[in-house]
Ligand binder design. Structure first.
Ligand SMILES: Cc1cc2nc3c(=O)[nH]c(=O)nc-3n(C[C@H](O)[C@H](O)[C@H](O)COP(=O)(O)O)c2cc1C
Ligand code: SF4
Length: 510
């Protein structure tokens, strides 16, 4: 009997995949059902895939009520049906991608170690185990990998600093707080290919001389927490984690820690305080976490996607990774298309694709069918881009040149009904709510910003210079990027959509 794949990750489960899997089990008792991760095509979930002689054939989105008819019309043989999408890898959204980090996601059973190994897992670690410390750093640095958590800091430099710091204990901390609006790539990795992240953390540990790793995982991700905990146990049983990693002389263990829900706990120093059991508050730098991090010891703090990119770099070599991308942005970026978009989901692509291609060609424009008016890239601290800037290539420097940022790769689309003055107010309010309170420009400035924007929204355009002045103070006076980058969404909204801020009083009252 052929196998059937029904995704079991949060994305698919949120639209009924558990119910579909249970019904399938009841209707076809002999069939083996694999709960894979999602392929990242959100609009097709739940996407059932049936293993046939001609490969896997997808059907989606499948509703419970569709199942009896799907089965009677021959779904198990992969026959034609209005929900049939064909071979998933041939769906244009997937076919256009270069999947490296997400190569196995949605394909294998995430918790099967054999499936992981059979699909190319552990090759990178095995190669790393045969390399000298200097070679390990050189390989990573040569790949051009930059941190995917937001700042785009070169991963090789960070690892070298920790490697060279003398200490009796070092740590690898994986930042899985994923607080940016419209982002879900970390979650998809952890739910769809958890051994990839574990392998990346082990390679990091071997490279810098760390024996303990922590994954700081947001409490809002119960499926990921459960999957990572299960994967750690399997990895221990299989010898990937423990006193002798894959039989080598290296020891490495991982603990999953659950974050308590503050956006600022995604900031690395605040995260470290939270991990130490304190209230998550930003630390002044220096010292850098690479020198004095967790419990005062040298610590690598990296995002899930940064660590998940590492095994492939070691498996195929730095040059293969570096060959992808543009300028100083090398490799691929798992872009997350969200908000008011027709085809939302995970799109992994080499850097260099334009914002317009992503939103219009890949994403198909808005879900409402109305014109796109604004796109926020890089989470709640990212700038708003109008369609006039859709020629901007997805590349750290190109975005910075237009006063924007790529951040964690979140792209949130808005149609022409959006009120950009209200979005600017939302940015200030978000900062006020999430501020850790350590520095005045952020703690007080964001609250004053909400008040000023309220007056502007009420029709008092004379407050505009005050808003601009306040943004300057926050940008240059804040201790971390929460206060320092909130001016980006606010000022980009002012710059590109000024008409929403200087309305006649009669319109403002509407
Ligand atoms: C307010 C704030 C929130 C952040 N949230 C996250 C987050 O959720 N996940 C993340 O990986 N990095 C986040 N960062 C960035 C981290 O401070 C840090 O740069 C990152 O974890 C380093 O990993 P990378 O070099 O792999 O990107 C945040 C930064 C700030 C200022
Ligand atoms: S900018 Fe805001 S979040 Fe960052 S340290 Fe200052 S008060 Fe805390």
């Amino acid at each position: 009997m052929n196998r059937v794949f029904v995704p079991g990750d949060a994305l698919a489960v949120s639209v009924g995949a558990d119910e579909v899997a249970a019904a399938l089990r009841a209707l076809c008792p002999g069939v083996e059902i694999v709960r894979n991760g999602s392929r990242g095509m959100a609009w097709l979930e739940p996407l059932i895939e049936v293993e046939t002689d001609g490969g896997r054939i997808g059907y989606g989105p499948v509703d419970l009520t569709d199942l009896p008819e799907l089965l009677s019309s021959g779904m198990m043989a992969g026959v034609a049906h209005k929900l049939r999408v064909g071979r998933p890898e041939e769906v244009p959204f997937l076919a256009r991608q270069t999947r490296i980090t997400f190569a196995r996601c949605g394909v294998i059973d995430p918790i099967s170690f054999d499936a992981y190994r059979a699909a190319g897992g552990l090759v990178g670690l095995q190669r790393a185990l045969a390399m000298l410390p200097g070679e390990l750093i050189a390989e990573l640095s040569d790949s051009g990998l930059r941190g995917r958590g937001g700042a785009g800091f070169p991963t090789g430099i960070k690892w070298r600093t920790v490697q060279q710091a003398p200490a009796d204990q070092k740590y690898i901390v994986c930042n899985a707080d994923e607080g940016d609006s419209g982002t879900f790539a970390d979650r998809m990795v952890m739910e769809g290919d958890p051994f990839l992240l574990i392998e990346g953390m082990v390679i990091a540990g071997i490279t810098v001389g760390a024996t303990r790793g922590y994954v700081y995982l947001r409490s809002e991700y119960p499926h990921a927490i459960s999957m990572m905990n299960r994967a750690v146990v399997v990895a221990e049983n299989e010898g990937l984690l423990g006193p002798a990693v894959l039989g080598s002389g290296h020891s490495f263990s991982i603990e999953i820690r659950v974050g308590a829900g503050a956006y600022v706990c995604g900031e690395e120093t605040s995260l470290l305080d939270s991990l130490e059991g304190k209230r998550g508050q930003v630390r002044a730098k220096p010292p850098l976490p690479a020198i004095e991090g967790l419990f005062g010891k040298p610590t690598v703090v990296n995002n899930v996607l940064s660590l998940a990119a590492v095994p492939d770099i070691f498996a195929k070599g730095a040059a293969a990774y570096k060959a992808l991308g543009v300028g100083r942005s090398r490799g691929t970026m798992p872009v997350q298309l969200a908000g008011n978009i027709a085809r939302g989901g995970l799109f992994e692509v080499p850097f260099g694709i334009t914002l317009g291609e992503l939103v219009m060609d890949v994403g198909g424009g808005t879900a409402t069918g109305r014109p796109v008016r604004a796109v926020q890239v890089g989470g709640p601290l990212g700038a708003y881009f109008p369609p006039a800037l859709f020629d901007t290539p997805f590349d750290y420097e190109a975005f910075a040149a237009r006063d924007g940022l790529i951040g964690h790769g979140g792209v949130v689309v808005f149609d022409d009904t959006v009120d950009m003055a209200r979005m600017a107010r939302f940015a200030m309010e978000f900062c006020a709510v999430e501020s850790c309170g350590k520095c005045t420009p952020c703690r007080i400035g964001s609250t004053r910003g909400v008040e000023v924007l309220d007056r502007i929204i009420a029709g008092d355009a004379s407050q505009m210079p005050l808003l601009e002045d306040l943004c300057e103070t926050m940008k240059f006076g804040s201790l971390c990027a929460l206060g320092g980058f909130t001016p980006y969404p606010v000022m980009s909204a002012v710059r590109h959509f000024r008409e929403d801020f200087v309305r006649p009083l009669s319109m403002a009252a509407e």
